[in-house]
Design a protein around this ligand. Structure first.
Ligand code: URA
Length: 309
């Protein structure tokens, strides 16, 4: 029996062209000849999407379809990414989509992981794009983006679905959709993708709800593992409010020292950089985290630093 041919790739609507500095950046990317990939590409692929977006997805590098179209994520991986985002209620039209590397890398031994030389040459484009789009959350899709945005020491299998920060911005690693495609849309793997997408929704809500010092019940509801669903606490009496606050250990501030029993906090926020960012927001001042080996499982201590955020 012969395998069914893959379904044709559906056209992904082109978002409006950018203007001003973002348009200039896109021209710079299209004309770039800073690394050897420029000689073999058809089209370089700048990012695309709204000029200001709360979420910016960063992939690895263009594939065959992207190289032909000069646009990111318009092939099969792009279609799957769009489907997974939209399944989680996040419309592609509200997301800015870019790549770590902007030109098609040569296939080396079946892996299209972009060469380090290209990653370095493109780094400045990614930084400029982030500075212009100013997303609250950078979604790092796959290993190359994780390495470029967070750390080369992290493995995507450990980091996916957890929150990190970089220069005060959230970074949320996820598996690359090509991985799911390579594994034949394996149901368990697909569920992991869908869970990570749901986690992105939680991160966006925590981001919005913790922007001000001290936290609302809504922030608590999204930050803690088994918190009541948002809005229900507010619908009840003051007594319910106190009940909720007693159940969920909030950071305790004593002079310049903060202690926080984080056992109830959702696992996705239990990374050093996320905890540090949450505490910075809680007290409205920069903090230094004093971590011991077990503190991310139990409780953390931090010191409030002089100065403002
Ligand atoms: N894979 C990527 O990482 N980026 C694309 O644009 C397409 C496939």
């Amino acid at each position: 029996m012969t395998a069914a041919p893959p379904a044709p790739v559906r056209a992904i609507p082109r978002p409006p062209a950018p203007s001003g500095p973002l348009a200039q950046l896109h021209r710079d990317i299209r004309r770039c000849t800073a690394c050897p990939l420029a000689a073999t590409r058809r089209h370089a692929c700048p990012g695309e999407g709204p000029e200001r977006a709360a979420v910016m997805v960063v992939g690895e590098a263009p594939g065959y379809d992207e190289d032909r179209a000069g646009r990111p994520f318009v092939g099969r991986a792009g279609q799957l990414l769009t489907e997974l985002m939209e399944g989680a209620g996040l419309s592609r039209s509200r997301v800015y989509i870019a790549n770590t590397v902007r030109c098609l890398p040569p296939k080396t031994g079946g892996s299209a992981e972009p060469p380090q030389e290209a990653v370095e040459a493109c780094r400045m484009f990614l930084e400029r794009e982030i500075a212009l789009v100013r997303p609250a959350v950078l979604v790092a899709l796959g290993r190359a983006a994780l390495r470029a945005l967070v750390s080369p020491k992290l493995a995507i299998s450990d980091a996916h679905g957890r929150a990190y920060t970089r220069d005060g911005r959230w970074v949320y690693p996820m598996y690359h959709p090509s991985y799911l495609l390579r594994n034949g849309n394996d149901p368990a793997l697909r569920r992991a993708f869908e869970d990570d997408m749901a986690g992105l929704g939680r991160l966006l809500r925590v981001h919005a709800a913790t922007l001000r010092p001290r936290w609302s019940l809504e922030a608590i509801a999204w930050l803690y593992r088994s918190a009541p669903t948002p809005h229900t606490p507010n619908a009840h009496s003051r007594a319910t409010t106190w009940h909720v606050l007693e159940r969920f250990a909030l950071p305790q501030v004593d002079g310049a020292t903060i202690t926080w029993d984080i056992r109830g906090v959702h696992e996705m926020f239990r990374t050093p950089s996320a905890i540090q960012e949450l505490l910075r927001r809680y007290v409205g001042r920069p903090v230094r985290l004093d971590l011991t080996n077990s503190s991310l499982r139990r409780g953390v201590r931090a010191t409030i630093l002089a100065g403002t955020t």
